[in-house]
Write a protein that binds this ligand. Sequence first.
Ligand code: ATP
Ligand code: MG
Ligand code: MG
Ligand code: MG
Length: 469
Amino acid sequence: MSGVNEIRSTFLDYFRKEGHEIVASSPLVPRNDPTLMFTNAGMVQFKNVFTGLEKRPYSRAATAQKSVRAGGKHNDLDNVGYTARHLTFFEMLGNFSFGDYFKERAIELAWTLITKHFGLKKDKLLVTVYHTDDEAAGYWKKIAGFSDDRIIRIATSDNFWAMGDTGPCGPCSEIFIDRGEHIWGGPPGSPEEDGDRFLEFWNLVFMQYEQVSKDQRVDLPRPSIDTGMGLERMASILQGVESVFETDLFRHLIDAASSALGHGPNADNVGSFRVIADHLRSSSFLVADGVLPSNEGRGYVLRRIMRRAMRHAQLLGASEPLMWKLVPALVREMGQAYPELVRGEALITETLKLEETRFRKTLVRGLGLLGEATDKLGAGDMLDGETAFKLYDTYGFPLDLTQDALRQRSISVDLAGFTDAMERQKAEARAHWAGSGEAATETVWFSVRDKTGATEFLGYETEKAEGIV
Ligand code: ATP
Ligand code: MG
Ligand code: MG
Ligand code: MG
């Protein structure tokens, strides 16, 4: 067992036998939710069921949900290639109870699955609970037989989940595996946690309150359960490898990239192969769900992902567009579970090819400029905002691509200078247009320009401010 496809079906079969309706993944572009950039968790499609606005013919469900965490409140784009566990696209396996079973049963179901069916060893596992959630701590003791030192109490919002400023909320409990001292990282809740030794793989959310207003929280009459387990993380555990990138599926994608490039990964460039494999998945799934690269909103996040991947392809010496050549390997790996990939294969291939063909022209020249501008810079230095803006404006380098390109050398970008340069350019454009006499056209032109300019750049702000899940 333990291939990605088998783990997915083991999870779903288990919950089906436990009386859960197996519900298909919802698309990556959330229906009826303009505030959310992409579906980033299993519960997204059930939001209205949790709040009671919508009724379903079942009170228990399980899903394998396509999720993207790039842009929006959860943005893991900058983590990919730098940690062993973060992807921009991943599958979240989840079980849900809508006012049916609650805390004790949820813990019991999770514990039985991971120890009996997945065969994880108890002495490698530990959990976190919200610091005041004695109930959850008590159930972990009773069900798993954990001693207190295996149940870590956390007081931060990491262990308290809320749908938004108001609405359902409650404590959560995360399950971690200790992968051994040879991997760097401290226990959950410690300052060194962000290493990869203690790997979080499952989050159980106990929705037991409703936040009615800023100061008032009431008990929900019928508390609910929302859980999320990262399929790729579980695969890395069951396959005994240290990162999600060494699991079967990713190995095959990286192999495809190696054959297309004519050479495989080594210690220095493995990060680029990982980014390419991850970004191939997120780009392809986004296109399959109807997102196309553009200069604003969701389309701009997709463009940023694609262009980032293309820079890494360039780093690996690709002399022609690479990403589109990897689509067949992805369809082979995931097309059966996600037929939209098969249906969308031609569109995905064309979209990747076109974007890469176009971007390559300015990518090479932009990298040349970036090289010259940072020639004399070293760790701790800053690239001036003017150059970062020129790369953005003339060469199509999203700001985060420039930042990513400089990260290994510990060079940052002067963000204030970047914004200034952008504002200056807008003001100049306005001055240039003033007095041409065609007042009506001008007004339209400026409002379009301000709008697109603002959306592209303010995108980062909006994404940060946006927040659900
Ligand atoms: P982390 O702390 O590692 O960033 P998280 O607490 O943000 O994870 P949750 O929001 O609790 O993650 O999501 C539920 C589960 O989904 C996680 O326990 C993990 O298994 C998986 N998951 C979350 N983010 C990612 C990601 N970027 N790539 C792969 N799997 C992920
Ligand atoms: Mg996270
Ligand atoms: Mg976490
Ligand atoms: Mg979590």
